[in-house]
Design a protein around this ligand. Structure first.
Ligand SMILES: [Zn+2]
Length: 272
């Protein structure tokens, strides 16, 4: 089946050109994206963990020279996607956008409820704004934002119909949600569940909506980007099997410890 994973530039990080104006910034456990042609306006999509600002800045210099992004767009407010926003905004004082439904979490008014635990996002007032209600993405032509709640209430994906490019965020992943080590390796590079759904039924409906888009390239928060003619079929198949029991769960604690250790090693290796 020709679903084609795009290899990571390296295990330790780096930039991968997915389209002439779409760049995947590989960070230790997550990816951020640069949208926009080098030499003109560009937008940073997501901003890694609090430890990733240096890597994002280096990647931006590599791709866009001294040109700052025109804006930062967030797929959602989890700490591995917004962690470096405060530091990057110190460098690039640009507006930050997220879907209106995600703003309570990014303005200190609500916390994500995960089982009995809560987690909060940085308070980004007064720099955070709602994405335009007409579906456009500020500073980018040809892109639309698509509501994909489930992973979080205000999660959003980005879509460009012209070349059928989808920035998925965490609506689904291509790593293995049962095995945190795959946050680092990006395997198995297949359409898979997100690592978490705050609402599983919304999550299923969102992936179904993405399946209808017939995308030719799907770039995700966690895992390798996928392309190829069979990609729409693979997303539809994932929707069809959404509620199937997942394969046996490997022991989590040792894997989490290993993933944390490897992430710390990568961070140490790539520090400023
Ligand atoms: Zn997330």
């Amino acid at each position: 089946m020709s679903v084609r994973p795009v290899p990571y530039p390296s295990l330790l990080g780096g930039v991968q050109k997915l389209r002439p104006d779409v760049f995947q910034v590989r960070l230790p456990i997550v990816s951020a994206y640069f949208l926009g042609t080098p030499g003109s306006d560009w937008v940073l999509v997501d901003a890694g963990t609090p430890l990733d600002a240096g890597m994002i800045k280096r990647a931006a210099t590599q791709v866009h020279g001294s040109r700052s992004p025109a804006a930062i767009v967030l797929t959602h407010g989890h700490v591995d996607h917004v962690g470096s926003v405060p530091r990057l905004r110190g460098l690039w004082p640009v507006p930050v956008y997220a879907r209106a439904e995600e703003l309570p979490f990014l303005t200190g008014q609500a916390k994500y409820q995960i089982g009995r635990r809560t987690s909060s996002a940085p308070d980004l007032r007064p720099h955070i704004h709602a994405l335009p209600t007409d579906g456009s993405v500020p500073f980018l032509t040809g892109w639309r934002w698509i509501p994909t709640p489930g992973h979080t209430p205000g999660h959003t994906s980005l879509w460009r119909e012209a070349d059928r490019t989808l920035i998925v965020g965490d609506a689904f992943s291509t790593a293995n949600a049962r095995n945190p080590v795959t946050l680092l390796t990006g395997e198995p590079a297949q359409v898979s569940h997100a690592f978490l759904y705050l609402s599983r039924s919304d999550g299923r409906e969102s992936v179904r909506r993405l399946a209808e888009l017939e995308s030719q390239l799907a770039a995700v928060g966690h895992g390798k980007a996928l392309g190829g003619a069979e990609l729409p079929g693979a997303i539809r198949e994932h929707v069809r099997r959404f509620d199937d029991p997942l394969p046996t769960q490997p022991p989590r604690l040792p894997l989490l410890a290993l993933a944390a250790g490897m992430a710390a090693l990568v961070w140490w290796w790539r520090r400023e």
